[in-house]
Design a protein around this ligand. Structure first.
Ligand code: SF4
Length: 479
């Protein structure tokens, strides 16, 4: 096992992310040693400033002269390519094994994809439900429907969340505190406020976090999974993506536990199905797409978007209340829930026309659960529609009215989500119409964009010209 500084610097990783990875690795190392499994471990303190996994692997191969190099399928194409290159160079045989922390093997996904005109989550998800017998009654979906999304889109209205959201606050132990000091020393300029690091770094702690979610968060998770509220960071979300990605939890066991909560009458079907769709469906689906279409997938740029990432993505200093809140939160803590990512930060980037590779790198750097296999398809495909519809059927585009409906951010904002021009114009609303007008040709063939394009056609040319000018001046401002 190796702590290579390159893994924290190839993008400017948030300190929370670095601590989370390193502390989990060190706890795992100590566990292996406690059960007498020999392990060679490279600590960050003990090698050069600029160490890479390939440098450390080459060093070990030359010293140990192994019969073969055996690894599980890396979740990052860059890492796999560098390991392959070291093995080629040193003449070592490389054995790549299926990663048991995923339910669908790469070849199974390829079989699913073969002979299909287009890939869609829904078909893959149904197949996974049937194959793994999850939420099934014989050959039918439990409750008679595959999808309860309609019940899962509520906002909090004016009164806010109906009850206190569960708090997941592990107190860092000695090993984690050591890693926190090390990260503060080695990566002082990276974002992140480590005075409040609370992530679970062992399987036991991750399990107790999951137990708490199933008991306190799951009953309301579905209804409010798309809702946002100022200063409420986690709401009823599970936070399991990070411990799942670090292999502290097993996805199938997580799914079975959530399904059991429904069977025992402790969670509604819509919440249970919504959660299971994320873990059994979406998580496995994006991984399949990643391994099938990398390395070219990362470079996709359907809209030919070329704006640079505004500097406020690294500081949170913007007048847009929604962006300020979501950016400050993730810069400080390394966490933001999926709707903050997709319908605030990702949406703004899409509408502004930020280069997809730049925004992808920002996402890879910023979230504790960011790993290439999951972040790249979610950003390139889902959030930025840069793959032109390979992963999702339409771009997630909306005006400030969506943010207003699903949160209370607009209440404290100097802008008005209904206005597209003038001093109070909401940048989301201005940029939305400008985005549709700029990409009219590209979007007009998309059946799921028909309503939005029809509304654009109804707009008179004078108003649209005003919006174009307002959008232009927004692009020339730094915030
Ligand atoms: Fe965000 Fe616009 Fe609402 Fe302000 S008015 S919080 S910029 S959506």
């Amino acid at each position: 096992m190796a702590e290579a500084s390159e893994e924290s610097t190839h993008v400017l990783s948030n300190k929370h992310r670095i601590v989370y990875f390193l502390s989990s690795m060190r706890h795992f190392r100590d566990h292996l040693r406690s059960i007498n499994i020999p392990i060679r471990y490279h600590s960050l303190e003990h090698h050069d400033e600029d160490s890479s996994l390939s440098y450390l692997l080459r060093k070990d191969i030359l010293e140990l002269n192994p019969l073969e190099v055996s690894i599980v399928k890396p979740g990052d194409f860059r890492v796999e390519a560098s390991i392959r290159s070291v093995c080629r160079e040193t003449g070592s045989e490389l054995n790549i094994r299926h990663d048991l922390h995923f339910i669908c093997k790469e070849n199974q996904f390829e079989e699913h994809a073969a002979n299909r005109k287009s890939l869609r989550l829904e078909f893959f998800y149904r197949e996974m439900r049937r194959k793994n017998n999850i939420l099934m009654e014989k050959s039918d979906p439990t409750g008679g429907s595959w999808n309860y999304d309609k019940e899962n889109r509520e906002s909090f209205k004016k009164t806010g969340p109906p009850s206190t959201a569960p708090s997941y606050e592990e107190t860092p132990d000695r090993l984690t505190r050591e890693v926190i000091s090390l990260v503060e020393k080695r990566f002082p300029d990276h974002p992140g406020d480590l005075s409040h690091f609370h992530w679970p770094v062992t399987p036991r702690d991750a399990q107790s976090q999951l137990d708490k979610f199933v008991c306190e968060g799951l009953p309301l998770f579905g209804r409010f999974q798309d809702a946002m509220w100022q200063d409420q960071k986690t709401l009823f979300h599970s936070l399991v993506a990070a411990p799942l990605n670090l292999r502290l939890l097993d996805p199938l066991k997580v799914i079975r536990q959530v399904e059991r909560a429904y069977d025992e009458g402790n969670a509604p079907l819509a919440a249970t199905e919504g959660f299971i769709r994320q873990v059994l469906g979406w998580r496995e689906y994006v991984r399949g797409i990643y391994h099938m279409y990398m390395p070219g997938y990362r470079e996709s740029n359907f809209f030919e978007a070329s704006e640079t990432l505004p500097n406020f993505f690294w500081t949170g200093e913007t007048e847009m209340a929604c962006m300020k809140s979501c950016l400050t939160q993730v810069l400080d803590t390394g966490y933001g829930h999926h709707i903050q990512r997709l319908m605030v930060i990702g949406l703004y980037s899409l509408l502004r026309g930020v280069n997809p590779q730049e925004i992808n790198n920002w996402f890879l750097a910023s979230y504790v659960d960011a790993v290439d296999w999951v972040t790249t398809p979610n950003v390139i495909g889902m959030s930025q529609f840069a793959d032109g519809g390979l992963l999702a059927s339409k771009p997630y585009s909306a005006t400030g009215a969506y943010v207003n409906r699903m949160s209370n951010y607009c209440k404290s904002c100097q802008y008005n989500p209904k206005e597209s021009v003038g001093p109070k114009a909401c940048p989301f609303t201005t940029l939305y119409w400008n985005f549709l007008a700029r990409h009219r040709e590209r979007l007009s063939g998309n059946q799921r964009m028909v309503m939005q394009m029809r509304n654009l056609e109804r707009m008179d040319e004078g108003k649209l010209n005003g919006i174009r000018k307002a959008a232009d001046s927004l692009l020339h401002q730094s915030n």
